[in-house]
Design a protein around this ligand. Structure first.
Ligand SMILES: [Cu+2]
Length: 325
C-alpha cells in the first residue's frame, strides 16, 4: 500500500517537472525552488543552487570517507583503534580554511544580489501596497487609481460551506488563491513597491517575484520587481495576521506595457465617470477584443466603476493550469 502511494507521488512529481520549468508558481510535489520570473527571483535561485551544490559536495565527501573508513578498517579484518591519536595541526588548519573559503565563495555573490534586491532607484512607477484585515489595497501612485483586492466570492463560499466535497474544491482551479481584483502590472518595467499596513503586520509575498516584504503599520517598506514574462502569479499573506490570515491571497497579472497602459487608462476613465459600461476598452492595443469581466457587475454595484479588462478564461493560463495540477 505504501509502495503504491509512494509511486503515485513519484509519478505526480515527475509529471510536474516540465510544468515546474514552465510555470513560475509552485506546483504540487515540486522538488526544487522555482526559478521565478524576475531578476530577484533568478538571483535567489542562483544563490540557492550554489549553496545546494556545495552542500551536496560536502555531503558526498563526508559520507564517502565514512563509508570507506568503515569498510576498509572493519573489525573482522583485524583493525585496531588508534587510541593515541589526539591532535593534527595540519588537519585542523585544513578543516578551518576550507569552510572559510566556501563561505566566502557563497557570501560574495549573495551580498551583491542582496544589494541589488534593495536598489529601488530608476524605477518607472510605484505601487503602494497596504495590508488590511483581510485584503490588500493597491494604489498606483500619481495615477489616481486604487484597487481593493480580496478573496474571490466562490472560494469564500466554498471555504464556509459545511461538508464541501473534495471534488467541489478541485473544481475551483485556484481555490483560495483567487481574488476579485488582480494587481495588474506591466512586464519589463521596474516597478517600485511601497508596502505598509493599516491594522496589524501582514506580509506581501508572491513566490514568482522572488521576495516577500513585511507590511507594518506606521512603517513604509520598499521593494521592486521587473517581471519578464506575462502571466498570472499567485501568492498569499505570509505573516500570521488574524483569523482570516489564510484568506487574503495575492494575484498579480503581468501584461505587456501597451496592454497595461490601456488598462490603466480605462481605470482612470472609470474613476472619472463611474458605472459607464460603454467605457470598457475594446482591446485597442491590437490584441483580440476582450469581453467584459463578470466581476465588473460587482464593482459597479460597489461604486468602483467598470473593472479592468481581464482575460475571460483564466484557466487558459499555463500558471493556472499548473496551480490546478
Ligand atoms: Cu495578512
Amino acid at each position: 500500500m505504501m509502495q503504491v502511494r509512494f509511486s503515485r507521488w513519484m509519478v505526480a512529481a515527475l509529471a510536474s517537472l516540465p510544468l515546474a520549468a514552465l510555470a513560475a508558481d509552485p506546483v504540487r510535489w515540486q522538488l526544487n525552488m522555482g526559478r521565478g520570473v524576475t531578476a530577484s527571483a533568478q538571483n535567489a535561485y542562483e544563490a540557492h543552487m550554489l549553496a545546494m551544490w556545495i552542500c551536496i559536495g560536502i555531503g558526498a565527501v563526508v559520507f564517502l570517507a565514512m563509508g570507506y573508513a568503515m569498510y576498509r578498517f572493519r573489525h573482522s579484518k583485524g583493525a585496531v583503534p588508534d587510541t593515541s591519536f589526539t591532535h593534527s595541526t595540519r588537519l585542523e588548519i585544513l578543516w578551518t580554511v576550507i569552510p572559510v573559503v566556501l563561505l566566502v565563495i557563497m557570501a560574495v555573490p549573495a551580498t551583491a544580489k542582496l544589494v541589488a534586491m534593495y536598489d529601488t532607484r530608476e524605477s518607472e512607477m510605484t505601487v503602494k501596497v497596504t495590508g488590511l484585515q483581510w485584503m490588500w489595497k493597491y494604489e498606483y501612485l500619481g495615477e489616481g487609481v486604487e484597487i481593493v483586492s480580496r478573496l474571490d466570492r466562490e472560494s469564500d463560499r466554498l471555504r464556509q460551506t459545511r461538508g464541501v466535497t473534495r471534488a467541489e474544491l478541485e473544481a475551483h482551479p485556484a481555490y483560495l488563491l483567487e481574488v476579485d481584483n488582480e494587481l495588474v502590472l506591466p512586464t519589463n518595467t521596474k516597478v517600485r513597491f511601497v508596502i505598509t499596513a493599516d491594522d496589524v503586520i501582514h506580509s506581501w509575498w508572491v513566490p514568482a517575484l522572488g521576495w516577500k516584504q513585511d507590511a507594518i503599520p506606521g512603517i513604509i517598506n520598499e521593494a521592486w520587481t521587473d517581471i519578464r514574462e506575462p502571466g498570472v502569479y499567485r501568492g498569499q499573506c505570509a505573516e500570521l495576521c488574524g483569523k482570516d490570515h489564510g484568506f487574503m491571497p495575492i494575484v498579480v497579472r503581468a501584461v505587456p506595457r501597451e496592454e497595461f497602459d490601456a488598462w490603466l487608462a480605462s481605470k482612470k476613465a472609470a474613476g472619472q465617470a463611474p458605472a459607464e459600461p460603454s467605457q470598457v476598452p475594446e482591446g485597442g492595443d491590437g490584441n483580440a477584443p476582450r469581453s467584459v469581466d463578470p466581476d465588473m457587475v460587482e464593482d459597479v454595484r460597489q461604486g468602483e466603476g467598470p473593472a479592468a479588462p481581464q482575460a475571460p478564461e483564466q484557466a487558459a493560463d499555463p500558471a493556472d493550469a499548473a496551480g490546478a495540477a
